[in-house]
Design a protein around this ligand. Structure first.
Ligand code: IPM
Ligand code: MG
Length: 355
């Protein structure tokens, strides 16, 4: 079990340090884990002038799984696009073919009061957003900034080929089969050609899964429905840009973006595991960040890449236990509960695992 650990920037190193403590615990408990760290994002640029240095890419390729922190920071905002931290992550996703991004939004009962939405709207929430991750307007060519009629013009290309749509749709139907057998495909087929093809292909794939009830929704409506009545959804499958936006929105249903893990998988189950939140430069280095999304990402790694469901559950139960014990980082804290920092939250999780 070889893991490449890429902490990245901002709060990345702090939250990864807590997840590594969980790795150490798992190793002591008998899992044959090995891991190695490498710089990525702004840290990669600082170390080697490249947000995805060749050595980091090699390590990631050779590993069975990648544990990723977060990338980005104001000091890198004015770099040319290929040097920007985000490009390191995007290239890693593309180079490794990590096309299926699983973003579960699960509300722990203890956090029902931490959400900005009414308890009755969010309690019991358990949805899965499946985001296509290696296509769409993120990667479509041509793109750029050009001169046109005496002024500059920026342009990008939204693009999906049939095979890309088909393979992510299949992952969506399979996920639905393992859950409540309902799949909602989100697009903008009333306006975009790309979405018209998306809807057609998803509908074709549905014939292979007669047990799954497929519905379609326009992305603007989906954004509204997610805050109006999120529990109507079970599995949502959508393209890269819509999934980026909807998954941030869905995170707030669960109390804090600091709680949500993700898995980005290739066709063989190799995966990159990362919290869905960003590098939060404003709180970096202050022992304020919530490490739970990263620790829960590790649980997803055990489930999807290493097929150790019982270990994944142990970690998730450990997180549940520390929440039940009242430990809260600032992002999920409510009066009357124990406010802790990043390291203390890690302490609490490790203690819960050992206990
Ligand atoms: C995410 C992030 C990334 C994305 C950025 C950091 C490139 O927002 O993982 O959702 O847009 O995919
Ligand atoms: Mg995002």
């Amino acid at each position: 079990m070889k893991i490449a650990v890429l902490p990245g920037d901002g709060i990345g190193p702090e939250i990864i340090a807590q997840a590594v403590r969980v790795l150490e615990w798992l190793k002591r408990d008998g899992l044959p884990l090995r891991w190695q760290q490498a710089p990525a994002g702004g840290a990669g640029y600082d170390a080697a002038g490249d947000p995805l240095p060749p050595d980091t890419l090699r390590l990631a390729r050779e590993a069975d799984a990648i544990l990723f922190g977060s990338v980005g920071g104001v000091q890198y905002d004015n770099l040319p696009r290929p040097k920007r931290p985000e490009q390191g992550l995007l290239r890693l996703r593309q180079e490794l073919g990590l096309f299926a991004n699983l973003r579960p939004a699960l509300l722990y009962p203890e956090l029902v009061g931490a959400s900005t939405l009414k308890p009755e709207v969010v309690s019991g929430l358990d949805i899965l957003i499946l985001r296509e991750l290696t296509g769409d307007i993120y990667f479509g060519q041509p793109r750029g900034i050009r001169e046109q009629g005496g002024e500059r013009q920026g342009f990008d290309t939204m693009l999906y080929s049939e095979s890309e749509i088909r393979r992510i749709a299949r992952v969506g139907f399979e996920a639905a089969m393992g859950r409540s057998r309902r799949l909602c495909s989100v697009d903008k087929a009333n306006v975009l050609e790309t979405s018209m093809l998306w809807r057609e292909v998803v509908t074709e794939v549905a014939k292979e899964y007669p047990q799954v009830e497929l519905s379609h929704m326009y992305v603007d409506n989906a954004a509204m429905q997610l805050v109006r009545n999120p529990k109507q959804f079970d599995v949502i499958v959508t393209g890269n840009i819509f999934g980026d936006i909807l998954s941030d929105e869905a995170s707030m249903l669960t109390g804090s973006i600091g709680m949500l893990p993700s898995a980005s998988l290739d066709a063989a189950g190799k995966g990159l595991y990362e919290p869905i939140h960003g590098s939060a430069p404003d709180i970096a280095g202050k022992d304020l960040a919530n490490p739970l999304a990263t620790i829960l990402s590790l649980a997803m790694m055990l489930r999807y890449t290493f097929r150790r469901e019982e270990m994944a559950r142990r970690i998730e139960d450990g997180v549940r236990r520390v929440l039940a014990q009242g430990y809260r980082t600032a992002d999920i804290w409510e009066p009357g509960l124990k406010k802790v920092g990043t390291v203390q939250m890690g302490d609490a999780v490790v203690a819960a695992l050992a206990g």
